[in-house]
Ligand binder design. Structure first.
Ligand SMILES: C[S@@+](CC[C@H](N)C(=O)[O-])C[C@H]1O[C@@H](n2cnc3c(N)ncnc32)[C@H](O)[C@@H]1O
Length: 172
């Protein structure tokens, strides 16, 4: 159990969201933590590019108490997100391809409800984002993401220095 995962569950329990969107499922551990706070008829949609993880998902998600509440969609999150524009979410957790965070920000803003909460993991990238000598593609993209959200007049946001940084932002 890690503190980041308890934090995700804690925020979700505070919000009691009806609809959660997650970008980057991996084994499904964070999906299960976020699902702990879903309202009675709430749903979580998680997007994962690697369909070879399906056997993990069968084991961990499909056999869990939340199997009916969690839908997994396989594919590139940046390609799936525009097709979700008729859906809106109360809580979004970004944890997929770090180089895509600026695009995820734009795409997620469109499907996040007013008053909804955006969480994004790894935004300090083990402090590389604050080291001006480090300019690899992931670090540059995360720096850009932090700048976009910080300068956006649609969000109130801050970075929690939990593990390697989590953004918590509320859409106005
Ligand atoms: C850090 S892991 C997610 C961990 C998970 N959220 C957790 O905390 O348990 C990142 C995941 O994002 C997936 N991923 C990477 N690029 C992606 C993309 N373009 N679209 C969707 N998922 C992607 C990876 O395959 C990987 O499983």
């Amino acid at each position: 159990m890690c503190i980041r995962d308890r934090f995700l569950a804690f925020i979700s329990k505070l919000l009691k969201p009806q609809n959660i969107l997650e970008l980057g499922t991996f084994t499904g551990y964070s999906s299960l933590c976020l699902a702990e706070g879903l309202s009675e008829n709430g749903k979580l949609l998680t997007l994962e590019v690697n369909d070879e993880l399906e056997s993990f998902h069968e084991k961990f998600i499909k056999s869990s108490n939340f199997s009916e509440k969690i839908d997994i969609q396989y594919g590139d999150a940046a390609e799936i997100l525009p097709s979700l524009e008729k859906e809106t979410f109360d809580l979004i957790f970004i944890d997929a391809n770090k180089k895509m965070y600026p695009q995820y920000f734009e795409l997620c803003t469109r499907v996040l409800k007013k008053g909804g909460v955006l969480l994004a993991d790894n935004v300090l990238w083990w402090d590389k984002v604050v080291n001006e000598e480090i300019n690899d593609p992931e670090t540059l993209a995360l720096r850009k993401f932090n700048q976009l959200i910080n300068e956006s007049d649609q969000f109130s946001s801050f970075i929690l220095p939990l593990r390697d940084g989590i953004t918590i932002a509320q859409k106005k």
